[in-house]
Design a protein around this ligand. Structure first.
Ligand code: IMP
Ligand code: MG
Length: 433
């Protein structure tokens, strides 16, 4: 097994970072293929936690080479800040020897952040992601590969400023981008990162030919995919399997395994339809107990029951070879648990995700109900996981009703469970087999 893809199967924040961190131990490379610093994951090193947005989760393993891939949009100032923080915490400077930026990746500039900052409709993270992808699709974007040429191209800089300022005025954004500022920014980016810019697709292709192990780390989730998500309440990139290889510049035939990360319930941050959303005590319980606040924006995440219509859709798009269930412990202590197996909207029953928000917004979930399982402390869950792994008990180590809940998911989706997360600790994960 050489190339594994890890993807969020819901609306993001499924806890991909933790699994990437675990799997990175056995990987030679961890590469991101889309998105930018709209993503966010928390890395725990001993008693310290670091929040990261751009640096791949594999950063915690020194033997792992890191790639920010072709399909990404990268804010160089955020990268600089993360690298500085990493250096302060660990003394290590990954960009000196093991972090590479794709020459095809696009650059997020101040202009893009300003434009994103006025979004009211989607509830974006405001990090400039959408406007940078818009420029890319309009064939107006700036890639790392071209940086060294355009920093001395006054005509290009002048044209870009004209266009940026025209857009800012049309949006009533009271800012102006001068040629001096833009030139200075571009020069800074070039000086700071030129040594890390590489043909990363070629590097990965060579690595795979040498039988090295590659992990492709998704950001956001399937339902935030620009094509397959709940459009328009989505992010601006293809978050799915099909883009994992394309977005790092290798072909799809290289993929051996696709692990779908599934939170044991559902969350969503930002606007848009969410049929299983709980606007009640149970929803609050999940938010509080699951610490469901965004890593990137700190926003409270909306919470709800597990939605199998969403997961079926996600599986059709991604062809998961296994599922990693996360945060099962959060459900502990609830008297009963619900799993959504369909929707009713406008007198019609849906078992597959409808494309239109007009249908999704009216969708009433059809639930199956199951008995809950007891609440345990973090320490008890950790001990349970450690025992399960040591004695190879797998899921049978879990309370019986938790096993039934997981069996139901496995049976209805027909995807084997790879692992189950029962707490924030690196070792609080039960591995099946
Ligand atoms: P954007 O990606 O900043 O353009 O935001 C578009 C939508 O995707 C908004 O609803 C965001 O809240 C959501 N989103 C973007 N990145 C993430 C993520 O990493 N986790 C969860 N939601 C995200
Ligand atoms: Mg996140």
């Amino acid at each position: 097994m050489s190339t594994i893809v890890i993807l969020g199967a819901q609306w993001g924040d499924e806890g991909k970072g933790k699994l990437v961190d675990v799997l990175a131990e056995k990987s030679d490379w961890v590469a991101r293929f889309q998105g930018g610093n709209n993503a966010g994951h928390t890395v725990v090193i001993g008693d310290r936690t670091i929040k990261l947005h751009l640096l791949p989760s594999g950063i915690t393993r020194k033997s792992c080479q890191l790639i920010l891939g072709d399909g990404m949009v990268i804010d160089p100032w955020v990268l600089e800040e993360e690298l500085n923080r990493w250096k302060n915490e660990t003394g290590e400077e990954p960009d000196k020897d093991r972090l590479f930026i794709s020459d095809r990746a696009h650059i997020i500039l101040k202009f893009h952040r300003l434009v994103d900052g006025i979004d009211k409709k989607i509830g974006t993270t405001g990090r400039g992601i959408g406007p940078t992808y818009s420029d890319k699709i309009n064939r107006f974007g700036l890639r790392f590969a071209d940086l060294k040429y355009i920093i001395n191209d006054n005509e290009w800089i002048s044209e870009m400023c004209l266009s940026y300022n025209r857009t800012l005025r049309s949006l009533n954004i009271n800012e102006n981008i001068t040629e001096e500022d833009l030139t200075a920014d571009l020069k800074w980016i070039h000086n700071r990162f030129n040594h890390t810019i590489a043909n990363t697709g070629l590097m990965l292709d060579n690595a795979i030919k040498m039988n090295q192990k590659v992990l492709l780390e998704g950001a956001q989730g399937c339902l935030l995919d620009i094509d397959q998500g709940t459009y328009p309440y989505v992010t601006s990139s293809v978050t799915s399997r099909a883009n994992a290889t394309h977005g790092v510049g290798i072909h799809p035939g290289h993929i051996d395994d696709v692990i779908g990360i599934v939170k044991a319930y559902t969350t969503r941050v930002g606007h848009g339809p969410f049929p299983c959303e709980l606007k009640d005590d149970v929803g609050d319980y999940l938010t509080e107990k699951g610490h469901e606040f965004g890593t990137t924006t700190g926003r409270r995440r909306r919470c709800g029951w597990l939605d199998l219509v969403v997961l079926k859709h996600s599986h059709r798009i991604n062809g998961f070879t296994s599922l990693a269930i996360t945060k099962l412990d959060v459900l502990g202590g609830l008297e009963s648990l619900k799993i959504c197996v369909g929707y009713r909207a406008n007198g019609i029953e849906y078992h597959n995700l409808p494309a239109s928000n007009f249908e999704l917004e009216n969708a009433e979930p059809i639930y199956i109900e199951m008995d809950g399982f007891p609440e345990l402390t973090d320490k008890q869950w950790l001990q349970l996981a450690e025992k399960a792994n040591k004695e190879k008990l797998g899921l049978s180590a879990l309370p019986i009703n938790a096993q039934k809940y997981l069996n139901q998911i496995e049976m209805l989706l027909q995807i084997p469970i790879h692992s189950v997360g029962v707490g924030p600790d690196r070792d609080a994960t039960i591995h099946v087999n």
